[in-house]
Structures are given as structure tokens and as C-alpha cells.
Write a protein that binds this ligand. Structure first.
Ligand SMILES: Nc1ncnc2c1ncn2[C@@H]1O[C@H](COP(=O)(O)OP(=O)(O)OP(=O)(O)O)[C@@H](O)[C@H]1O
Length: 257
């Protein structure tokens, strides 16, 4: 069994008097390295709040979020990215007037680039290496043919793939995707699902928040179901499909077979 890369430990989040996540006892689950966890729940269940707690945008009211042994509850947002967490946003954030390739290149970490290396022409080698890496991640997300197009010309689905590429180029230890199927037509959803399966097969650790339960049940290793901010169920996709509580709350009786 692989070690837990991400641990959500008795986390609660309140907004004023509202218990958005965790109720009184707190929400707990963990994500072993190399696994693919899906986080689902109906509107208002606390998915986005949980996602923002994991990515450090929100701090828990109580409890802790531990990534690779580091407590994110006390870290600054800029530190969290350096701990190896990559995340996409529901609204893609690419630069519209740059090309697809340029967007991925500017998203990469420029660590190691010093004034001396620039003066010595080291940047040329670095730029070549970065270009090669960006080209490779764009191939993996199926955007090779769009590489020199400006981002303003991409479809909604292609923009989501670009967001994934912008994170992958940084080699995150864990990749969090926020509603990747939102606004994506069914044919691109199938492509997206294959891309996620491939990333998982490469050993990446993935956490995907989705409304679209059926999308996740086909590809995730395990699923956490939230309801009213609390854990309704967690298990493998087959366990989730058979769980009476999930069927009653989310799937409806016609999915019970
Ligand atoms: N910044 C905030 N201030 C106050 N209440 C908030 C805030 N963010 C979320 N909430 C409340 O917390 C609860 C959980 O919301 P959250 O957005 O996490 O749910 P969700 O499962 O992501 O819903 P959806 O699928 O509709 O996006 C809701 O009752 C919501 O109104």
C-alpha cells in the first residue's frame, strides 16, 4: 500500500454560523500516492470549499490539510505551489493573446535561471528544454495541432486541456482538477477521461471534483461523496454505486442495479 500523499484530518470550515464543511466532527479522508480520488456531491455539498481548503485558498476553521508531510493550513498560497500542488480553476486562466505553447511555457517554473546564466546564453538551452517539455505535455493533453494557435481561438474543452497542461509542465506531486467536464461537450469529455486515465497510469496522484458522477465512477480509484458538507460515503466506484445512502441521496433508485 502506498503512503498517503494528502491527508484531510478532521477539517471543518465555517462561514459565520454556517457549517460549510465537516459539521461538528470534521471531514477526514486521505489520498495515497499514485491514486485517483473523485470528490462528488450535489449543489452546495461543500465540494468547492473542500477543494479550496486542499489548495490552500481557504484555511480550515479547525483540523489540518497535510500534503507530503507539510501542513497547508498554516502555509501561504505561494508556498503551497512549491510543495508540489497543481490545480486548475473552474474558469480557465490562460492568457488569451498568447499562443497555446507560450501559455504553457510561461506557466513553467523558471527556477535555475540566474542573471549569470542569462548572460552566458544559458537561457537559450533552458528555453529549448522548456519548449520541448511544453510540447510534450501539450501532446499528452491532445493539443499538438493547436500549439501555435492563440488561446482566444480555443473551444471551452480545449481551454480545459490547456489548463491541465499548464499545471503538468510544473511536474506537480498532486494535481487537483475543479469540475473538468463543466461546459465540455460529450465527445471532448470522452477524450478528457482518456487523458486522466493516462495520467493516472503514469503514476500521477489526482483529485478531481465533479458534478458529473458518471464520469468519475468510470475512471477514479476511489470516490468521496459529500452531502451537506459531511462525508456521506467513501469507497471504490462499485462500493459507491451499491451504497444505499448514495443511491437515495444522489443516484436515484433507477441506478441501483
Ligand atoms: N465564501 C462563502 N461565504 C459564505 N458561504 C459560503 C461561501 N462559500 C461557500 N459557502 C456556502 O457553503 C456551502 C458549501 O458550498 P460549496 O460551494 O462548497 O458547495 P459545492 O458542493 O461546491 O456546490 P456547487 O456544486 O453548487 O458549486 C453552501 O451552503 C454555500 O452557500
Amino acid at each position: 500500500m502506498s503512503r498517503d500523499l494528502l491527508v484531510i484530518d478532521k477539517v471543518t470550515k465555517r462561514f459565520g454560523g454556517l457549517k460549510a464543511v465537516g459539521g461538528d466532527a470534521g471531514l477526514s479522508f486521505s489520498v495515497p500516492e499514485g491514486t485517483f480520488l473523485g470528490l462528488i456531491g450535489p449543489n452546495g455539498a461543500g465540494k468547492s470549499t473542500t477543494f479550496n481548503l486542499i489548495s490552500g485558498v481557504l484555511k480550515p476553521t479547525s483540523g489540518a490539510v497535510i500534503l507530503d508531510g507539510k501542513d497547508l493550513s498554516t502555509a501561504r498560497a505561494s508556498e503551497i505551489a512549491s510543495y508540489g500542488l497543481g490545480r486548475t480553476f473552474q474558469t480557465p486562466r490562460a492568457f488569451p493573446s498568447l499562443t497555446v505553447l507560450e501559455n504553457v511555457m510561461v506557466g513553467a517554473d523558471n527556477e535555475g535561471e540566474t542573471l549569470l546564466s542569462v548572460l552566458r546564453g544559458g537561457w537559450k538551452a533552458r528555453e529549448r528544454a522548456l519548449r520541448d517539455k511544453a510540447t510534450e505535455v501539450l501532446r499528452r493533453v491532445g493539443l499538438t495541432e493547436r500549439i501555435n494557435d492563440v488561446v482566444a481561438n480555443l473551444s471551452g474543452g480545449e481551454l480545459r486541456m490547456l489548463e491541465v497542461a499548464r499545471q503538468l509542465v510544473r511536474d506537480p506531486k498532486i494535481l487537483l482538477l475543479d469540475e473538468p467536464t463543466a461546459g465540455v461537450d460529450p465527445s471532448l469529455q470522452a477524450k478528457l477521461s482518456r487523458i486522466l486515465v493516462d495520467l493516472h497510469a503514469e503514476g500521477r496522484t489526482l483529485v478531481v471534483v465533479e458534478h458529473n458522477l458518471h464520469f468519475l465512477l468510470q475512471i477514479a480509484d476511489s470516490v468521496v461523496v459529500l452531502q451537506h458538507g459531511e462525508l456521506l460515503s467513501k469507497g471504490t466506484p462499485s462500493e459507491i454505486k451499491a451504497d444505499e445512502k448514495v443511491i437515495a441521496a444522489y443516484l436515484g433508485a433507477d441506478h441501483a442495479a
